[in-house]
Structures are given as C-alpha cells and as structure tokens.
Ligand binder design. Structure first.
Ligand code: AHG
Ligand code: MN
Ligand code: MN
Length: 330
C-alpha cells in the first residue's frame, strides 16, 4: 500500500507533465475509469436492475458470442464518454467495425466493454479491458490499419474489475499500477505503484473441462502439475478459475499464478477463446510491465501482428518462470 494518498487524477497529471500526447492519453484513461464507475454501479444493482444478464436478441456479437444486455449498455457508455476525448476510433468486442468518434482525435481505443459476461447474474466480478493506440494522419484514410499492429505498439493499457472493490489496473508503459475506487472520496486512489508478479508459482487457472480437447503439450503440462510433489514438477499445485479474465488476472497481479486459455479441438476454439486486440494485448502489456510473461503457448503475445479486429489467440500469462516452463512443453 502507498502511504500518502495519490489520486488517479494527480498520478496522471504528474506523469503527463507538459507533454501533449501524454495529456491526451491521461484524459482518455481518466474517462474510461470514470465510465467504469458508472458500469460498476449498474453491476452492483444486480438482479434489481432487470434484464442485465438477458441475451440481447438471437444474433451473436462480432466475436461469435451471445450478447448480453449489459455488454451492449457498457459499450454504449464507453462510446458516449469517449466522444469527448481525443479518440478518433473505438474498436469494440460488441461491434463488427470500428466506431468513428472524434474526427480530430490522435488515438484509437480498443475495448472489451464487459469481460466475463457469463458471470453477470452470479454476483461474480466482471470488468472492462482497454488498449490505447496511436492514430496517425496517414491512417485517417484506412483507420483499420491503426489496430493491425503488434501489441508493442500500445501506448497504454488496463482493465477495471467490478468486484468487492472497483479496481483499475493501469500501465502507461512504465510499470503497472493498481488503483482502488474510494466511494467516500469519489476518486480512484493509488494502492500499488509498481506491481511485481512473483516469478515462480504453484497456482494455475484454466477451464479444465476442456482437457480432452487440448493439444499434447498442454495436456502433458497439466498432467505433470496434477502429479504434484510425487511427479516431475516436485511440488503440489493449486487451481483457481473465476471465468472472468479480469478477476483471474487481478489475482495473478496480487499473488502470482498463470492463466491459460489454450486452443482446443472444439469448433470455433482453434485459436482459443480470447480476442487478441482488446483482451490479450492489454493483459500482456500489463503483465510484462509487472515482470510477468504472456505468450500464445510459445510466442510472445506483444510480437504478434493481428490480421482481423476480432481475431482470437491462445493465451498464457502470469508468473514468468511458469509461462517459460509451459513454452518448454511446446
Ligand atoms: P467475454 O465475457 O468478454 O466473452 O470473455 C469471457 C472470457 C474470459 O473472461 C474468461 O476467462 C473466459 O472467457 C471463460 O471462458 P469459458 O466459459 O470458455 O471457460
Ligand atoms: Mn472478454
Ligand atoms: Mn466482453
């Protein structure tokens, strides 16, 4: 915990100084954070707010998942708020194409407006994931080009998690910080300034019900974990899986661990489940900035060049030594 009280506003102002680009990034982060507070309020009403978890129509969203009412509301909130910022285009899980916002903007934002939608009606943490990218004049002709770049191109990234506390995990490219929303002050307060994910871990999170669908290296790794102290790993593992990546990620930022969503043999899961641009890229940047690793099993996530806005990617991230261990099975 940081001893003196530092608000998100003060932290961002200090970081931006007199730099105009940084000031634009800072105002975008602030806007996403305050929009998140509104989404958190809605989530907190739970079943009192009728229909938040009901399916919206019968058509799947751009990524092929069933859309929930709250997925759409969260996107609408972000879209409306970001119009007032220097963001030219928004890429969102819930919209097939880029959404045009501020015609003079110098940034592009990619979002998963609501991560963990299958948990909405179960009183489990859900969240919002974002990635902030540069937008150049040449890209005004073809804005899609701005998002078809490796993850190393991100200027900033983060996520909000709406749980017992509303938290913001943010990176501006210089470490990863955790802020907690203080309802008495109506401000996000800095709680951890330089997050360091423990390098070693005995904890993993994976949807093990898909085991029979995995490839040989993934199955071999889990088999060795399950063998515990008597097996080749020589230690007992523990399993934790929320099923909202933001919640699983926050646990890893707090005490280490690895999260895995590998590819599997089911139709539509050939490249795993998570989306590269607005799920894997931001989480990979936050993880690396906290000393952890993020791969698709073997290749560094941030080095991958996307070919489609809603492209999926197998994802492994968290404690560095274990992420490297998993790569060694491939
Ligand atoms: P979203 O709700 O945005 O579609 O993302 C859900 C993701 C992720 O949060 C979670 O870890 C994973 O999907 C859970 O998938 P399974 O239900 O297949 O386990
Ligand atoms: Mn998601
Ligand atoms: Mn989502």
């Amino acid at each position: 915990m940081v001893s003196e009280i530092v608000t998100l506003q003060a932290f961002l102002e200090q970081w931006a100084g007199e730099d105009p680009t940084k000031a634009e990034i800072a105002s975008t982060v602030r806007t996403i954070a305050s929009t998140g507070v509104g989404i958190a309020d809605l989530v907190a009403r739970g079943p009192l707010e009728e229909g938040l978890a009901s399916a919206r129509g019968t058509d799947p969203n751009a990524g092929g998942d069933t859309q929930k009412e709250l997925d759409v509301i969260a996107e609408e909130c972000l879209r409306a708020a970001l119009r007032e910022t220097p963001v030219a285009y928004l890429a969102s899980e819930e919209s097939e194409e880029l959404i045009a916002l501020n015609p003079r903007g110098n940034l592009v934002v990619a979002v998963d407006p609501l991560d963990g939608s299958s948990n909405i009606d179960t009183n489990v943490s859900v969240g919002t994931i974002y990635s902030i990218l540069p937008f150049s004049d040449e890209e005004r002709e073809n804005p899609n080009a701005a998002v078809m770049k490796p993850g190393t191109n991100q200027l900033a990234a983060g996520f909000l998690a709406y749980g017992p506390a509303t938290i913001l995990v943010s990176t501006l490219g210089d470490g990863t910080q955790v802020f907690v929303y203080d309802r008495d002050r109506s401000e996000f307060i800095l709680a951890r300034e330089k997050v360091e994910i423990p390098v070693e871990t005995k904890e993993y999170g994976i949807n093990q019900s898909n085991m029979r669908q995995w490839d040989a290296p993934m199955s071999a790794w889990i088999k060795d974990c399950l063998a515990g102290a008597e097996g080749p790993r020589g230690k007992n593992f523990n399993m934790r899986w929320v099923g909202s990546m933001v919640a699983d990620a926050f646990r890893i930022f707090t005490r280490g661990g690895v999260y895995l969503y590998p590819s599997d043999k089911r139709k539509g899961y050939e490249n795993g489940r998570l989306r590269l641009i607005y799920e894997a890229f931001p989480v990979a940047m936050l993880t690396e900035q906290a000393g952890g690793g993020a791969t698709d099993g073997k290749t560094r996530i941030l080095d991958i060049t996307p070919h489609h806005i809603h492209q999926r990617i197998p994802l492994v991230f968290g404690s560095k030594a274990e992420v490297e261990k998993i790569a060694s099975y491939y």
